[in-house]
Design a binder for this molecule. Sequence first.
Ligand code: COA
Length: 372
Amino acid sequence: MNLAGLPIADRAPSKPSGLEGVVVAETRLSHVDGERGELFIAGARAEQLALSDPGHFELVVERLWELAGAAPEPRLRERLAQARVAAFARIEQLDHALALPDAMDALLAATAQGCAGVDALSLLGALPVYVAASARLRAGHAPIAPDPARRTAADLMRMLGLPESPARARALDAYLITVSDHGLNASTFAARVVASTGSDAMPCVVAGLGALKGPLHGGAPGPVLDMLDATTHVEPRVWLEQELAEGRRIMGMGHRIYRVRDPRAFVFERALARLEAEEPANSAIAARLAHARRVEHAAETLLNERHPARPLRANVEFYTALLLEAVGIPRALFTAIFAVARCAGWLSHCEEQRRTGRLIRPAARYVGPVPD
Ligand code: COA
């Protein structure tokens, strides 16, 4: 059919699909069932991987890496620890990038500048160093050197200057594992597209970071905490109605794939309950959780009234906000901490994509002017 002859309104899709439901890759890394609310990561259920012992980020990285078809790395924990030490040795050259006022801009700039030509595991180890060093620099403090004897979660907390706490490190580990991979989400797709052109690790990760920064993807947990703060002394429904009336979305609600509550929200609730049991003095956790459940209920009811045909339930970001807050992470760093974990998924997907040898290159329907 000659599209050029049709009026533009007939040629344009009624609503851009955003590639919803389009399968563009095969993966062994993770599986998301949006109807049943199931998530498998590296061949295991997310909750099992995140909450059973020994639940360390390094373990899931190892499993993802092998499933992607990369050469097994028997000393992966040591490789990541050495990568942190090597990244720290380079941070003086990254002063300008690391001092950028936004944590994700700083991470993007430092990764682009500091990781050119490095291999995937060196890059994965560098990210927590950059996140922590830039947070310290922005707060006017000197960066803290990594301790290679620790695992990623505990070392990240230490480099951020947070107090030593095995219970909190365990909660952070549960978080890092749970968000390490999630099918072909926007940032993973972006990274895979770059890998499909034959590009190396750094540009793939920079593409992933760029996509993750947006509030429709990884940028929501900070605003979720703002929402919880804003509704502490007012009726949540009234506040939420005002947000919608002003044309804003409710952060932490809705998902492209899940039609039920995001299973990762359950994992984080359980990790929070465990942290609360291990730190009984931390009474703020229970109060925050109770308030979050009230806001979640109000948001779900309101969104259900407005979109009865489209279930909009709490997504991963809703309880991410609570978990990272309980661990002591400042809200300005939430998306950057997400990136530390998701980088494992990006790099594994890129490895998988390269093995297909196939360029990802979709098509667009032309709806522009036609020359005479
Ligand atoms: N608050 C208010 N309305 C929402 C909403 C939310 N959180 N999520 C979706 N909607 C509305 C949309 O405006 C749309 O309404 P319309 O049909 O009248 O235009 C309808 O629900 C369907 O949404 P759609 O845009 O098709 O969903 P999507 O699959 O493109 O979006 C998200 C998925 C995650 C981008 C979306 O739910 C969202 O913006 N959530 C808030 C941000 C967030 O939490 N991001 C983290 C994701 S893990």
